[in-house]
Ligand binder design. Structure first.
Ligand code: CTP
Ligand code: CA
Length: 239
């Protein structure tokens, strides 16, 4: 893709990207985490910078460098990420939720290191649900009438005997209420940590019979594709 026509498309816009994977503490030295590398989120932040946007990166644990030129907000847990997203929502045109947010956190975060017990009994970890930050942000926008003009969610699905990847994607888009959903098909080669992937971008405005085109490429190419779509949607939304 040529750089020239692309650059400047998001000049004057603020784009907030969440990236990486949250870590939920069990005690001072342990956490529950996930395999998100943050590559896709970092690529989106880079593509947004290249398009001329002001970029805020809300970064949970990432295994790749933070792109130079972003305003960085570092977070650890889903609850911290939620706080950062809510704080950013009022002053961003676009919110891209690329982070892998832990669905559950340990019910207790022990103040001191959990030790093996002398009686040999195994510890039991109780998990509690984390809030759905994406869904919440969509709701808050609807209630307040302010917030990001465009809220973009992500989903990685495998599909199974009862529904296809696309079907699960459509259901998730509807449940979350976001404006676009970037759907990753997770197959034999996992999305996590990989450099190439394939996505479809779903919109609530898609007709019932439509099959959004699948776009394959490096995470940088996918990021540019997503940013192109974001720019189109913003152009269409604004007078
Ligand atoms: N997400 C979020 N808050 C959560 C969980 C997910 O904001 N507590 C966001 C993710 O950042 C992503 C989108 O929601 O943009 C979809 O995440 P996903 O894990 O696929 O959705 P879930 O609703 O958690 O569904 P599942 O049960 O399939 O994990
Ligand atoms: Ca989830």
């Amino acid at each position: 893709q040529a750089a020239a026509p692309y650059s400047g498309r998001l000049a004057g816009k603020t784009v907030t990207v969440t990236a990486g994977g949250t870590r939920e503490p069990l005690d001072p030295v342990r956490f529950l985490g996930n395999r998100s590398s943050g590559k896709q989120g970092a690529a989106i932040a880079e593509a947004a910078l290249a398009a001329g946007a002001q970029v805020r990166l809300i970064a949970a644990h990432m295994e790749v460098p933070v792109p130079a030129g972003v305003e960085l907000v570092q977070v650890e847990t889903a609850l911290e990420l939620r706080k950062a997203v809510h704080a950013a929502a009022a002053s961003t045109d676009v919110l891209v939720m690329a982070a892998a947010v832990a669905d559950f956190r340990p019910g207790e975060n022990a103040e001191t290191k959990i030790k093996k017990r002398d009686d040999g009994a195994d510890p039991v970890i109780t998990l509690v649900r984390n809030p759905d930050i994406l869904q919440e942000t969509v709701q808050r926008r609807a209630e307040s009438g302010t917030g990001p003009a465009l809220i973009v969610g992500f989903a990685a699905e495998t599909g199974d005997g009862s529904a296809s990847v696309l079907e699960y994607g459509r259901r998730k888009l509807e449940r979350k209420g976001c404006d676009l959903l970037v759907l990753n098909q997770v197959g034999r080669s996992l999305v996590f940590g990989q450099d190439t992937t394939e996505v479809r971008i779903l919109s609530p405005l898609d007709g019932p019979g439509t099959e959004p085109a699948a776009v394959a490429g490096s995470k940088a190419e996918i990021a540019r594709h997503i940013l192109d779509r974001i720019a189109e949607e913003l152009d269409a939304a604004l007078p």
